[in-house]
Design a protein. Structure first.
Length: 77
């Protein structure tokens, strides 16, 4: 499956192994056009690669789609 995602400025808290972890909501769509979203807790570039462009792009965020914004927090926290 291929998914194209855009970073948003929305950060939520998820529980992983009993620990609270911040996760940024990313939203996008599958190759077939199905809307989806993901909760990303970590993203990185290999240490031996130049991350300057990656970090600039990562700072850009899109507004949350209304369907993603309406997800009840009880499903996240």
């Amino acid at each position: 499956m291929r998914v194209t995602l855009d970073s948003t400025d929305k950060i939520v808290t998820v529980i992983i192994n009993g620990q609270e972890v911040p996760a940024r909501i990313w939203q996008g769509h599958t190759a077939a056009g199905v809307p989806c979203h993901a909760y990303i807790t970590r993203i990185a570039v290999a240490r031996d690669k130049d991350a300057a462009e990656f970090e600039r792009d990562l700072a850009e965020t899109a507004p949350l789609r209304p369907d993603v914004q309406a997800i009840p927090l009880r499903l996240v926290f």
